[in-house]
Design a protein around this ligand. Sequence first.
Ligand code: FMN
Length: 430
Amino acid sequence: MGKHDALFEPMTLKNVELKNRIAMAPMNVCFTGPNHVVSKQQTAYYAARAMGGTGLIVIEAVGGTDHETVKTYEAHNNLMLVYPYQAADHSELVETIHTHGAKVICQIAPGAGRQGSSEYSGIQPVAPSPIPWAPQEEMMPRGVKLEDMAQMMGLLGGSSTLVPETPRELRKDEIAVLAEDMGKSARLARIAGYDGVELHAPHGYLLHEFLSPRSNKRDDEYGGSLENRARFMCECISHMRQALGDEYLLTVRISADEHQEDGFHVEDTIEFAKLAIQAGADGIHLSDGSYESMRYFLPDTDGQVVDESGIIKAGIKEGMGKDYPVICPSVHDPDLAAETVAAGKADIISQGRALIADPEWPNKVREGRVKDIVRCARCNKGCIQRFVLGLPSRCVVNPEMGQEQYIEKYNTRPLLPLKQRVWKIPKEIQ
Ligand SMILES: Cc1cc2nc3c(=O)[nH]c(=O)nc-3n(C[C@H](O)[C@H](O)[C@H](O)COP(=O)(O)O)c2cc1C
């Protein structure tokens, strides 16, 4: 038995055959083209990660609605999947990733919530309740200051001081539209050829705000009890499941813990996960923290979510009487990554900054070339610091990051064999 064998054991995620247990974590690195289209750079960047041996790519958060909430986050130019014409370039991206041997999931988001801003949009952000978010300097990850965050969220309010904005309460009719939009967007993702979709509910964005007792003070059926706070997320999942049919892969991403006294904690996340599965999700992709506890969302240390992942996976199994797949982020060390999977604390490890630093991480581990891995310094200098300014990310240890479109090997792909070029439209959506 090799030390890292557990990472290279194939698995079936719902109906999707994965060649290994390594996923690329979703990251909006600001490569999207004008009008939210897939750019040449974006395609080459994902091609590089697929060529590097990653079994599964979860692409960056894609806006799944044209509700005004997405306009409060325009500084970050996310991809969109709202209208059928937008599926066209997604299908090109999917084909490229498939050609290089990886499977691909589309992460779909219903909006930024109170982490949006009116500064560029002129639109007041929305949230479950009219409570501004409260980022804290001591909760910032390495190399990121509150002032950078203010810049990121367009929260400068004309000065260099952070001005958290009071959001307006999202109306019930808007909640219904957003949940329906998640279904429509998921259907477009399926038409575009993605192997699965993931609902985005972590990191203090809109769905997370509904889950959290800290930001959700509603007195209707979307607030109060844990079940009520999870209702919006579950309604999104139900619409997505209905649009996708029973056989198609659907995951949901949730923060494992808010790391705030009055927030939700691991034991609540087990309940959220169970409710998500009952609503139609096939598995849980964990993250951690939020923009109020950003050093948990972008950990400075390796394997920070591993124990939470083990507890949540066991809790789901105990509650549901059956094992469900859990994806754990931020384990850059190959030994710990393999141990985490072997110990059953997670089924898959998702790599974010580790794959920014070295797209060949999976190939190098598989080939026993661990010492050749270019390690992520968790410095956040090129990736997050540029992202906060709305600029395309770079990496201090990987000069090719952000330049993939100019590198020939990432811009060519073999033609698919004729047989694979017979397109199949899934029965449910014919
Ligand atoms: C530049 C950047 C953008 C990110 N964008 C997203 C995103 O669109 N959706 C998401 O769920 N997580 C996002 N994340 C979080 C990552 O998926 C991942 O959970 C986090 O970076 C921790 O893992 P790592 O230590 O491997 O980077 C982003 C992270 C970075 C660094």
